[in-house]
Write a protein that binds this ligand. Structure first.
Ligand code: ADP
Ligand code: MG
Length: 339
């Protein structure tokens, strides 16, 4: 005979955490996105042992009022949407209200936060989904979030973590992507007490490309700028000489979100086709600003895929933009005219 029961909240959170929190890099992604959504201008990410034992994200954003701190850790609690209609005009990176509940379910969390109007700050501790303490504390404006010992209470999942250096490399890659997607935020990354990345937050995408990818790439870029009523594109594409053997260097961001899109990839690669050898892929770093009505971001929990209302229009725009940047005259092979 079946003996059906409804799972308790803590168990539900642990199971749900499996969907969003896979490894230290997923924790860092959620925390860094929260910091950016909180309108921070400077964020520091610090990890130890690849983030498996220690992750700290410190921001100077809006903070969370004391009475709302425990709420932030409930599943489906968010300040970013109020109703399903808001999903169509979403401009924040988060909106599902799942991250903090998920992270707290599978690690030991300490949060220190203060709003601009709060007289004091708040310190909150929660471990494996169980609240430990909530107290007033002196703190600067903004939020510090520490997650210790990821998966300490789910040994089966902990086993799937790779070595600290592999996990650390995933975190580093993630931080770089977020730094590239938000040139307006100064992002610092510290790994095992060493400074690994520091962007200025001065809006200059090319500077960040230089910091992350080095001089050869930064000195072989072509600028792309397109302004249309519903879509604008700004950024850089690489000259064909810096083509690579895989798609890892094809980056594009929509409304500050790093995404994958087969429509955009096809348009880019089609535009490059006359200039490229087979099995070579271009370097691209393109920022799209697209009216949110034209998008559906609520496709996948990790939000990497995204749907366009009018994919064909996007395809043609990207193809045109990339083609005309590539029509730059120094790229056209010189033709021998004399007989
Ligand atoms: P979501 O980002 O989808 O709203 P989260 O679980 O990541 O869900 O966060 C829950 C809520 O906690 C957010 O909606 C926000 O109000 C608050 N919050 C989380 N991190 C921060 C932060 N760094 N600064 C200010 N508020 C935050
Ligand atoms: Mg979030």
């Amino acid at each position: 005979m079946p003996n059906i029961t409804v799972l308790d909240q803590n168990t539900i959170n642990k199971i749900a955490a499996g969907e969003v929190i896979e490894r230290p890099a997923s924790v860092v992604k959620e925390l860094l996105e929260n910091a950016i959504d909180a309108k921070s201008t400077a964020v520091t990410v610090e990890i130890k042992e690849g983030g498996t034992s220690f992750i700290r994200v410190t921001d100077n954003g809006c903070g969370i009022p004391k009475e709302e701190v425990p709420l932030a850790f409930l599943r489906h609690s968010t300040s970013k949407i109020k109703s399903v209609e808001d999903l169509f005009t979403i401009s924040s990176l988060g909106f599902r209200g799942e991250a903090l509940a998920s992270i707290a379910a599978v690690s030991q969390v300490e949060l220190i936060t203060k709003t601009s109007i709060g007289l004091t700050g708040t310190r909150f501790q929660i471990e494996g989904g169980e609240e430990r303490s909530l107290e007033e504390i002196g703190a600067p404006e903004g939020t510090t979030f520490i997650a210790r010992n990821l998966f300490y209470n789910t040994p089966a999942r902990k086993k799937f973590l790779k070595t600290p250096s592999t996990e650390g490399a995933h975190v580093a890659e993630l931080v770089e992507k977020l730094a590239l997607s938000h040139p307006e935020v100064s992002i610092r990354f510290i790994q095992n007490n060493q400074n690994k990345l520091h962007t200025s937050g001065n809006h200059n995408l090319k500077d960040i490309v230089y910091t992350v990818f080095g001089r050869e790439i930064a000195s072989n870029l072509l600028e792309v700028t397109v302004n249309k009523p519903q879509v604008s594109i700004h950024g850089y594409i690489g000259k064909p000489v810096i083509a690579r053997g895989n798609r890892n260097y094809e980056n594009y961001f929509i409304n500050g979100r790093y995404i994958k899109s087969s429509i955009i990839s096809r348009a880019i690669e089609e535009a490059y086709r006359p200039f490229m050898m087979q099995h070579k892929y271009p370097f691209t770093m393109l920022h799209f600003t697209i009216e949110s009505e034209m998008l559906d971001v609520n496709v996948h929990p990790t939000k990497m895929e995204l749907r366009f209302r009018d994919g064909e229009m996007v395809y043609h725009m990207v193809y045109q933009a990339v083609s005309s940047a590539l029509a730059h005259k120094e790229l056209i092979p010189e033709v021998e005219l004399e007989k």
